[in-house]
Ligand binder design. Structure first.
Ligand code: LMR
Length: 333
């Protein structure tokens, strides 16, 4: 009897790893919410290309762009259930599943440029943060850039007072909620896939996003003004379902790690250019006016938003904020 059980277990185990070694490829579904023509869209396609190449077709990556498989909140739930294997949600979206530390990246005017960001993501802080995801049934594989956020509405947003009473769509982050409340605006959490329509129909008055996200979702066609503030950063954590990842044969996992490393380098290399090009396209379209906030206007915005740092200590951790600030400023003093 015991022998029979052992044999049955062995057959079951073989069936599990079978697809890797035999005919049918292992399918890895990679779902995300933005357009193919963005840093994340292109990064996901690059990963697919390299993963299929390095595994010799033993892994088939199915990329689902533009929320075609899942929307923001659903995708993280689906990942935890194992219905999808890979995602790249923005840092701002991990709060609802209980990893609020990533909201540190939402603090306004924290990250001055991509070089400063790398000091966080590529150093010990970044590695420690990725480890937090293990307890949520996922493995954090990499940080991918999008870029810096601008503010859009149907009016220029030069002064903090200009935000008063306006409804802004936000991602699901308490730091972003605090940011708009500090300005006297009304923040509203909404899935990325619903933003265009909400702006078009006036459900919300404005939003904040990167050039590439605004352009590829055509937000500039339904927002008269975009105020260039670069006040915050949008970046992603590429995550993979932990049982799936741990269950892969070691050689395949190694090949996928190599593919991820190279796709990350690629995506982070093109991000700034992608956003600059999207900005140019928006200017060319003449559908939206770009207002570049002056130094004084930015200083006033920054000053108004400053109390958020202290208010959010309880949410993201005082130490976490201090550590990130220290890493960001390392070498600049
Ligand atoms: C947003 O929801 O505005 C962004 O996080 C979308 C994305 O994935 O870039």
């Amino acid at each position: 009897m015991k022998r029979l059980l052992v044999a049955t277990a062995a057959i079951a185990a073989l069936a599990l790893i079978g697809p890797a070694s035999a005919q049918a490829p292992i399918v890895l579904k990679f779902s995300h919410v933005v357009a193919p023509d963005t840093p994340k869209g292109k990064g996901s396609e690059k990963f697919k290309e390299l993963a299929e190449k390095y595994t010799n077709g033993k892994v088939k990556v199915e990329v689902y762009h533009n929320s075609t498989l899942y929307k923001d909140k659903e995708e993280l739930e689906a990942m935890q259930l194992g219905a999808v294997q890979m995602l790249a949600p923005s840092n701002s979206k991990f709060g609802p599943i209980g990893v609020k530390e990533f909201e540190v990246f939402d603090l306004p005017f924290l990250i001055p440029n991509l070089a400063a960001l790398r000091k966080v993501t590529e150093g010990p802080i970044g590695a420690k943060m990725l480890k937090l995801l293990d307890s949520k049934g996922m493995v954090g594989l990499a940080y991918w850039d999008n870029g810096f956020k601008q503010m859009s509405a149907n009016k220029p947003l030069r002064k903090p007072e200009d935000y008063k009473g306006l409804k802004f769509r936000i991602q699901s982050s308490k730091v972003l909620e605090a940011q708009f409340r500090t300005l006297g605006a009304i923040p509203q959490v909404m899935a990325f896939s619903e933003v265009y329509q909400a702006l078009q129909t006036g459900v919300v008055d404005g939003q904040e996003n990167t050039w590439s996200n605004m352009y590829t979702q055509k937000m500039h066609e339904v927002q008269k003004d975009i105020t260039e503030t670069n006040h915050g950063y949008i970046g992603y954590v590429v995550v993979v379902n932990k049982p799936f990842w741990d269950g892969l044969p070691a050689d395949i996992r190694g090949q996928l790690e190599k593919a991820m490393k190279e796709a990350t380098a690629y995506s982070n290399e093109i991000s700034a250019k992608e956003n600059a090009e999207a900005r140019e396209e928006i200017i060319k379209s003449k559908k939206s006016t770009i207002i570049t906030a002056s130094k004084d206007e930015l200083a006033a915005l920054r000053k108004t938003m400053e109390p958020i740092y202290q208010d959010m200590e309880k949410r993201v951790g005082k130490q976490a904020i201090e550590d990130v600030m220290k890493a960001v400023n390392a070498g600049t003093n």
